[in-house]
Design a protein around this ligand. Structure first.
Ligand SMILES: Cc1cc2nc3c(=O)[nH]c(=O)nc-3n(C[C@H](O)[C@H](O)[C@H](O)COP(=O)(O)OP(=O)(O)OC[C@H]3O[C@@H](n4cnc5c(N)ncnc54)[C@H](O)[C@@H]3O)c2cc1C
Ligand SMILES: *[C@@H]1O[C@H](CO)[C@@H](O)[C@H](O)[C@H]1NC(C)=O
Ligand SMILES: *[C@@H]1O[C@H](CO)[C@@H](O)[C@H](O)[C@H]1NC(C)=O
Ligand SMILES: *[C@@H]1O[C@H](CO)[C@@H](O)[C@H](O)[C@H]1NC(C)=O
Ligand SMILES: *[C@@H]1O[C@H](CO)[C@@H](O)[C@H](O)[C@H]1NC(C)=O
Ligand SMILES: *[C@@H]1O[C@H](CO)[C@@H](O)[C@H](O)[C@H]1NC(C)=O
Ligand SMILES: *[C@@H]1O[C@H](CO)[C@@H](O)[C@H](O)[C@H]1NC(C)=O
Ligand SMILES: *[C@@H]1O[C@H](CO)[C@@H](O)[C@H](O)[C@H]1NC(C)=O
Length: 598
């Protein structure tokens, strides 16, 4: 073998095997100036025509919807519809301090965090702002785990998946400056045996790691909204204060096809937007919003829809089913001296659970859904180190989503998750509590005790906390269950959508968001959601990416049957809907209530 060949082999070996930071490409560059160029696409829905036509319509300007709309806009005209406001209206969505402030903002119907109580009685929230839940999340960014790729039921080309993640990460993901409390957490996890030490990685692998962050080192939040900056200037239109009420279908009952959507602006005026050629309607309204819209539009369990007098467009028994939420347990240390507030930067990840931590200073207004009780405000008097323990799943217990209004999309549906209905979820939680006991015995956490006592004792723990008797851990898990906010399902892959995320039995309709998941990907789902949006296709067999995000699903949805590439954006509204095009389905009568037209 020639020397140069040997050298080349060694170099390749070095690059792929020994390279100090495998798998980490460049992240978002630090910058003093924020890029708000996405604002040029944005219009108040009140200023948009009452009828319009596009290649693609994306419903929900959230974590998955923003990257998806941007990706499609490279080649097609796209309308992205978001019911909420723009992030610049609410300063709290742009800063790290704002994480907690968002939970304190009283929900007035337009604020970025919409509150809801599941039928389990647990306080929960979801995003209502351009950028979606990524703008109010904890900001921790992790790619999906390998099990997820194997079992998601979504067709994924791993090369495209990785390219899509990178596309997201180049713009909005940062390596955090690990704070003092977070390095204590890291040491404690390693000492308690959550190994190996994976250093900084965006992957979800077993052990302890420093996660990616949607915050830069000046404490500013980035999110899915920034991915709109890459939109095609002529092809992308973003409507805010646009509440999509239902999907419109045409053609015979035996062969339904999505034709467009109806949305209302803030003056209560109805707008029609239709798709042309081989375009599609894509739902990215989230795990609550997307199943709700399918049900309102007549796609769902037949007898259920009939009981609500919603005309059945396509019977689909699983819409709104398999709603799952990962349970969270809280172990909160009140230390003898203050800890500097930090967001979650470290994750300890095992087959059963995920342990993360935040720290903070005393607060006196209720931070809704931090604690499970929706009615009794719980505040914390002292500085705190807050361990959030997530039952990893795949969550076995599931519940369903039911409409509260059979015609008004603004009325939130009822959701039930049935936490711990299945024993397997409980045993994961008990296993996590065992690890928390190990954690509290570590040298790393000793300085945070108020009294110098051995083992578990000596901590001032916020009540209710880890029981003294380990055999009470299961009831502790059940009695104190909160949400980890990673709820998913409702349009499950393999049940409601196929591997290409098409709603089965309906043409030109897909779902790309957290509602398609059968399990929550990785330590946190945002990355996967943003990744998912990024893929599309050339007229003949070439993939483009359509970025979406259920955590920023960067996986690539195959937009096989691409539109006819008319690519003329914003043409004059075409004369639609007509009697013929809504031959089956229903239209809004003057008072907004659906009336059947068969
Ligand atoms: C408090 C909190 C903290 C979290 N922390 C993290 C974290 O640190 N890391 C992580 O990875 N994940 C985190 N998550 C989870 C993650 O943020 C979500 O799973 C993810 O953002 C969901 O993305 P999505 O695209 O499915 O939906 P969303 O991002 O919620 O997007 C749905 C969008 O659709 C809009 N919409 C809904 N209905 C309609 C309609 N009828 N008409 C028009 N628009 C509509 C909504 O307003 C919203 O903007 C957190 C979640 C919460 C709530
Ligand atoms: C949108 O337009 C309506 C009607 O002109 C107005 O009342 C509303 O305040 C506008 N909203 C925003 C955010 O500009
Ligand atoms: C994708 O990236 C992961 C790291 O996140 C790496 O382990 C994997 O080998 C990559 N796969 C491909 C096909 O590039
Ligand atoms: C990182 O943290 C250290 C210690 O808290 C601080 O001195 C430094 O300025 C930080 N760097 C950045 C870029 O934030
Ligand atoms: C939507 O608009 C229609 C028509 O203007 C109106 O009748 C209806 O009440 C509106 N619905 C909602 C939920 O605002
Ligand atoms: C908080 O402090 C007040 C007095 O300052 C006290 O009455 C209350 O019990 C404290 N609450 C907790 C949870 O420690
Ligand atoms: C813990 O609880 C179990 C079951 O209730 C009981 O049998 C046991 O004695 C308790 N242990 C201690 C140390 O109290
Ligand atoms: C889509 O647009 C990109 C860049 O704008 C271009 O490279 C690609 O060829 C286009 N694909 C199709 C199908 O037109």
């Amino acid at each position: 073998m020639k020397k140069s060949t040997t050298a080349a082999i060694l170099l390749v070996f070095y690059i792929f095997v020994l390279c100090p930071q495998p798998g980490i490409h460049s992240l978002a560059p630090p910058s003093d100036v924020r890029d708000f160029s996405y604002l040029k696409f944005v219009r108040n829905a009140t200023d948009l025509p009452l009828q319009e036509e596009y290649d693609y319509i994306v419903v929900g300007g959230g974590t998955a919807g923003c990257p998806l709309a941007t990706t499609l806009s490279a080649n097609y005209s796209v309308l992205l519809l978001e019911r909420g406001d723009i992030p610049t209206t609410y300063p709290s969505v742009s800063t790290v301090e704002g994480i907690l402030e968002n939970f304190m903002l009283e929900d007035d119907g337009t604020t970025p965090l919409q509150r809801f109580v599941s039928e389990d009685g647990v306080a929960n929230v979801r995003g209502r702002i351009l950028g979606g839940t990524s703008m109010v999340s904890g900001g921790a960014y992790s790619r999906a785990d390998s099990e997820f790729y194997k079992k998601s039921g979504i067709k994924l080309d791993m090369n495209l998946v990785n390219k899509s993640y990178e596309w997201v990460e180049d713009t909005i993901v940062f390596r955090p400056n690990v704070s003092q409390w977070q390095s204590v957490v890291k040491d404690a996890l390693l000492e308690a045996g959550v190994r190996p030490d994976n250093g900084f990685t965006l992957d979800s692998v077993e052990g302890t790691k420093i996660s990616g962050a949607l915050f830069d080192n000046l404490g500013r939040r980035y999110g899915a909204v920034e991915l709109l900056n890459k939109g095609h200037p002529k092809n992308l239109r973003v409507a805010i204060h646009a509440t999509v009420e239902r999907i419109i279908f045409s053609s015979k009952a035996s062969d339904p096809s999505a034709k467009g959507i109806i949305y209302n602006d803030s003056n209560g005026r109805s707008h029609w937007a239709s798709i042309r050629g081989k375009g599609e309607v894509i739902l990215s309204a989230g795990a609550i919003g997307s199943p709700q819209l399918l049900l309102l539009s007549g796609v769902g369990p037949k007898s259920y829809l009939t009981s609500l007098k919603i005309p059945v467009v396509h019977p689909q028994p699983y819409v709104g089913k398999f709603m799952r939420d990962n349970p969270r347990s809280n172990i909160i240390i009140l230390p003898p001296s203050p800890i500097v507030p930090t967001y979650s930067q470290i994750a300890g990840f095992t087959s059963d659970f995920d342990i993360e931590s935040i720290s903070g200073t005393p607060y006196s207004s209720q931070a809704y859904s931090i604690f499970p009780n929706p009615t009794i405000p719980v505040t914390i008097n002292s500085s705190f180190g807050f361990f959030m323990v997530k039952v990893r799943g795949p969550i076995l217990s599931h519940g369903s989503l039911k409409l509260q209004s059979s015609y008004d999309a603004k009325v939130a549906p009822n959701v039930k998750f049935n936490y711990f209905a299945k024993e397997g979820d409980l045993s994961q939680c008990v296993s996590a509590m065992g690890k928390m006991r190990d954690l509290l015995k570590t040298n790393a956490l000793k300085p945070f005790k108020t009294r110098d006592l051995p083992g578990l004792e000596g901590f001032n723990l916020f009540k209710p906390s880890l029981p003294m008797n380990q055999s009470d851990d299961a009831s502790f898990c059940r009695d104190t269950v909160a949400t980890h906010w990673h709820y998913h399902g409702g349009c499950s892959a393999g049940k409601v959508v196929d591997g290409d995320l098409r709603v089965t039995g309906i043409k030109a309709l897909r779902v790309v968001d957290g509602s398609i998941f059968n399990s929550s990907p990785g330590t946190n789902p945002q990355a996967t959601l943003m990744m998912l949006g990024r893929k599309a296709k050339k007229p003949k067999r070439k993939s483009i990416a359509a970025a979406s995000a259920v955590g920023m699903v960067a996986s690539l949805v195959d937009f096989n049957a691409s539109p006819s590439l008319s690519s003329q954006s914003f043409e004059p509204p075409f004369p639609w809907p007509t009697e013929k095009s809504i031959a089956y389905g229903f239209f809004l009568s003057v008072n907004g209530k659906p009336s059947v037209s068969r």
